[in-house]
Design a protein around this ligand. Structure first.
Ligand code: NAP
Length: 541
């Protein structure tokens, strides 16, 4: 059964990034009509918004991609190890061109409301201009780190120059010769600072919590490397599918810090110091499992990255993370961040202990100790991860409950793809999905969704109702696993991985930390078993 006679589309998808592109492929293959809406003016999702200087992937490009087309894997060439935002956006354009996806994509269109119609088993979706569209399946592909977290600093609107969130970098903004203030010191600032500092008159970074920053070791793609990748793509895809974070890394080494001598530990750390997150996963298997192993890794990073690179001891000390384990906050990758602090035009301000921010003024930032004058202020203050984009619109389920309200205290879901009380509603990488190499997770989710709708159409089912019991079981499992990991310490340091960075909500378990590969297995088991987490009905209730 398909409802294209009674609804405008079989599926409406929100978000034209990796998720929107993957869903377009898999849902079209399942025979659905669909429209993908995005408020951005172009394809890209994260890569249509995050255009700040230095924005690039932290996964290596050759596995930060979609794998449904062998031709695309063969034809597309990445220019470097970590492609910048433009190249990643061009990659998505290439995929959309090749598979004629553009007719499905509608830009500059914000979705403000989606309301389930219980009597008809359909959704009515409203856009920012008040227009409405109907569909059978409403699907979020909005990305897990997309809704900006704007800090509540007094005086923000009084600043005379540009003051904006890092993901809303104004097109063509000239910062050469300007005095730039950056509030926040997360992954975005780590990428942005080295680029901005090259030509700005001055850059001041306001830091509350320092991060463990690991080396990226950017390098160009060479013909030999590309040949090797393309000859081994199936193996790379399999590695991603079977990796704890969905990355194209080798399987566990079988080594542990606990069973190695200090000399062996240093030697293995040193020999594997080639950049990217692979260092964490290919050295020892207990780095994220025991405090002792984690500390050994943390000390090594501090020594190699901060003590060896930052010349001023006071600045080095301020940049050194303390009191929380490696990975309790998501570690950024370094493209010259620490070296930037050796420049005369770069300053670090400790807003945690020494001089907290009091307000933004017409001409700069006032702290308890100083007034810092700027021409430009960047709020690199992060995102309302996992749930923020879903909470920003009214998603109204059975009985009129808005999803934002359901998630007031706990962001429950079934495997991050469905929510009890929200029939015929799917999410790609929603809350309680793993945090992983996103294209890998996105494709696994898109496949689960397309298998589900194929089954419904084959069996003449109009509606699925996600089970409250399945949701409770998944939520409990996610919480149990979370409590056993060192990521649980993220609430001490405002980690977005627990929503602990938000000023409007309390921290909660947002991520399934049982391993992305385990999660992908569970999705497969679910679809093989006929989706036991969902109750299917021939007609709407
Ligand atoms: P973030 O890691 O959450 O960092 C936000 C920064 O702003 C933190 O230093 C935070 O301090 C600070 N901050 C927040 N509110 C503040 C306030 N009211 N006053 C002062 N400081 C405040 O955000 P992000 O750097 O945008 O990165 C978020 C995530 O996006 C990353 O972890 C990553 O997953 C993703 N990302 C990926 C890439 C990539 O893959 N290439 C690049 C950029 C971002 P506290 O730490 O003390 O809260």
């Amino acid at each position: 059964m398909q409802s294209s006679q009674t609804t405008d589309f079989d599926a409406i998808v929100v978000g034209a990034g990796f998720a929107g592109v993957a869903l377009t492929h898999y849902l079209r293959e399942a025979g659905l009509s669909l429209r993908v809406f995005d408020r951005a003016p172009d394809i890209g999702g994260t890569w249509a918004w995050n255009k700040y200087p230095g924005a690039a992937t932290d996964s290596e490009g050759y596995y930060y991609c979609l794998t449904f087309s062998k031709e695309v894997l063969e034809e597309w060439t990445w220019s470097k190890r970590y492609p910048g935002w433009e190249e990643t956006q061009n990659y998505l354009r290439f995929v959309a061109d090749k598979f004629d996806m553009w007719p499905h994509l509608q830009f500059n269109t914000e979705i403000t409301r989606a309301e389930y119609q219980a009597d008809r088993g359909i959704w009515i979706v409203t856009t920012g201009d008040g227009a409405t569209h109907t569909c059978r399946f409403f699907i979020s592909g909005m990305g897990m780190i997309s809704q900006p977290q704007i800090p509540n600093i007094p005086g923000q609107t009084t600043f005379k120059g540009p003051c904006f969130h890092s993901s809303r970098w104004p097109e063509g903004l000239e910062f050469a010769g300007k005095r730039v203030g950056i509030i926040g010191a997360g992954a975005t600032t780590v990428q942005m600072l080295p680029e901005v500092a090259k030509t700005a008159a001055s850059v001041t970074v306001f830091q509350r919590t320092p991060n463990f920053v690991m080396p990226a070791m950017q390098k160009p793609m060479t013909p030999e490397w590309e040949k090797e990748i393309k000859e081994n793509y199936q193996e790379i895809i399999d590695k991603c599918r079977n990796h704890v974070f969905g990355m194209g890394f080798n399987p566990p080494s079988g080594r542990t810090v606990a069973e190695s001598t200090p000399e062996e530990v240093q030697q293995v750390f040193e020999e594997n110091w080639h950049g990217s997150f692979r260092w964490v996963f290919e050295t020892f298997d207990d780095l994220l499992a025991t405090p002792e192993a984690n500390k050994a890794a943390a000390d090594f990073i501090i020594e190699k990255m901060i003590k060896a690179k930052v010349e001023d001891p006071e600045t080095a000390e301020l940049l050194t993370p303390k009191g929380y384990p490696l990975f309790a906050k998501r570690p950024p990758l370094d493209h010259g961040y620490y070296e930037a602090f050796n420049r005369d035009n770069v300053k670090l301000v400790d807003i945690k202990d020494y001089e907290p921010i009091v307000e933004i003024t017409e001409t700069g930032v006032r702290t308890t100790q100083n007034h810092h004058e700027f021409d430009i202020i960047v709020l690199a203050t992060g995102f309302k991860a996992y749930t923020g984009a879903l909470e920003a619109m009214d998603i109204v389920g059975e009985g009129g409950q808005i999803l934002r309200d359901k998630w007031q205290d706990q962001s429950s879901s079934i495997m991050g793809v469905a929510v009890a009380g929200y029939p015929n509603f799917f999410m790609v990488t929603g809350p309680q999905a793993p945090f992983a190499n996103l294209p890998t997770s996105i494709e696994q989710n898109a496949q689960w969704i397309s298998e589900c709708v194929k089954k419904m159409n084959a069996e003449g089912k109009q509606v699925f109702y996600p089970s409250a019991t399945a949701e409770e079981e998944w939520t409990n499992l996610t919480a149990e696993i979370h409590a056993q990991t060192m990521m649980a310490e993220g609430d001490k340091v405002n980690s977005w991985m627990m929503g602990a960075n938000r000023e409007d909500r309390k921290a909660r378990v947002l991520i399934f930390f049982g391993g992305a590969h385990v999660y992908y297995d569970k999705l497969k088991e679910s679809s093989d078993a006929g989706f036991p987490e969902l109750a299917f009905a021939d007609t709407a209730a």
